[in-house]
Design a protein around this ligand. Structure first.
Ligand SMILES: [Zn+2]
Length: 240
């Protein structure tokens, strides 16, 4: 049987979100989800500043309202703030109208802290329905997924986590990291909460990037300057 090459309709391909960008330049985006966290986030910011790196923080408005000074610091130091939602509830538990309402409120709450418009959104667990994914960009938010995942929402050694992050990196990658774990209620019975040094993981990754002449950019500048890849082909493992 021969399959005719039927292009994926733009609406559907748009609904997949952005996984990475297509480039041979040694540039990529580091992203942190689920924060801000009162200890991890400031220490990560210290490491980024020391390394001259730029990152993107997909924050929960619940956390942002608890720690507004940290949110203002993220923005003041040249990093991008994206939205990860109000809490860490999966959009699949919400109707499209319900999801849009949550996203609008969460976005307004975070924008009120920094005064900077938010233009990118990452759904908790990377999960959304096709109707939701089609509707969210109409709010002026690009849906951003990731192309490499350090699995840093489970406890492990810093070097092991950094190695996992590094193994999935390539030009144009969007790396998923966490400055907090936003859903500790989903830990399995007896499973230890992650207790490793998140700033140390960032430093190990930065050391590798410096050694290989990679530059870092915010997600927004990466997806503005290069062709967006709206396919999960480069996505290795799904994460939190
Ligand atoms: Zn998350």
């Amino acid at each position: 049987m021969r399959l005719l090459p039927v292009p994926v309709p733009p609406l559907v391909s748009r609904a997949l979100g952005i996984f990475c960008v297509n480039t041979a330049d040694r540039i990529l985006a580091i992203t942190y989800d689920d924060g801000p966290h009162p200890e991890h986030t400031p220490r990560i910011l210290d490491v980024l500043a020391a390394r001259g790196a730029t990152a993107t923080f997909f924050v929960l408005s619940r956390q942002a309202q608890k720690y507004p000074d940290i949110v203002r610091r993220i923005a003041a130091e040249g990093h991008e703030i994206g939205l990860h939602g109000r809490d860490h509830r999966s959009l699949l538990t919400l109707s499209t109208a319900g999801a849009l309402s949550e996203i609008r409120k969460a976005r307004a709450a975070v924008e009120a802290i920094t005064g900077v418009p938010i233009v990118i959104y990452r759904p908790p667990y990377g999960e959304d329905s096709i109707p939701q994914a089609i509707a969210i960009p109409r709010l002026g938010l690009d849906v951003v997924m990731w192309s490499s995942d350090a699995l840093d929402w489970v406890h492990d050694e810093e070097q092991t986590i950094a190695d996992r992050a590094i193994s999935g990196l390539s030009e144009g990658a969007i790396l998923l990291l966490h400055d907090d774990r936003g859903d500790p209620e989903t830990l399995a019975p007896g499973e230890p909460a992650p207790a490793f040094d998140r700033a140390r993981v960032t430093d190990l990754i930065m050391e590798h990037l410096a050694l290989h002449d990679y530059r870092t950019a915010t997600v927004s500048s990466l997806i503005r300057d290069y062709r967006q890849v709206r396919s999960a082909a480069k996505q290795r493992i799904s994460g939190r």
